[in-house]
Design a protein around this ligand. Sequence first.
Ligand code: NDP
Length: 235
Amino acid sequence: MAAIRPVALVTGASSGIGREAARAFVAAGFEVVGTGRRTSGLTPPAGVTYVDLDVGSDDSATAAVAEVIDRFGRIDVLVNNAGIGSAGAVEENSVAQAQNVFNINVFGVMRMTKAVLPHMRAQGGGRVINISSVLGIAPQPFMALYVAAKHAIEGYSESLDHEVREHGVRVLLVQPAYTKTSFDTNAAQPDTPLPLYAERRRIFDEVIAEAMNAGDDPAVVARTIVTAATDKKPK
Ligand code: NDP
């Protein structure tokens, strides 16, 4: 079935920024598909269709995009929002933790983008909005894995944008600052905590928690995402 309205696919729409972005796309007149690993049992925001997706899996990414194309016939906007935090000193982070963070925050973006690009080219254009972070352009001690992953997304997105522009596709970055979501509680924790870092980590965790409590409302970030996707400021 071909959709009459433009179609937005938002990953990580079961909570936080993604959930608000899904709502904001509905308000902007889009047909909206929101994804997450734990959508079953969750009530989607009005106007949003939920599809299960683990961005950490090739098969899941391919299946989710195929399902959206099957149902709506096109994807005008892909928002690569799904992501996890990662805490701990570099010495405390195992290679497995690094692989997990990169598998979701970097390879997840790449999987979804690769799956969607042929459809955007075939339909004559589209937008990929990648949710980076202020930590995509700045350092942050005790979050090196997360920072490295977001820096990777910056280079990937800016390079890809130049590759696909001639096909009518733009790849844009949104870099939120601290935002009030469950991001912090969902962050991967160090596998092998070391006493020598414990005190500085405790202080650091407190500062981050305070910054998040005082941070932006996810609805504000959501409006920025819709602006990046449409060039129009939502009401
Ligand atoms: P939340 O933890 O509230 O939301 C994260 C979302 O990602 C959830 O919907 C979660 O859904 C989804 N997700 C996590 N892992 C996977 C996976 N493997 N496959 C599919 N979906 C997954 O955090 P935020 O809303 O804060 O984070 C959203 C994005 O914003 C992230 O990319 C984050 O890096 C970025 N960001 C956040 C900031 C903040 O201060 N909050 C600041 C800057 C950037 P489920 O568990 O159902 O899979």
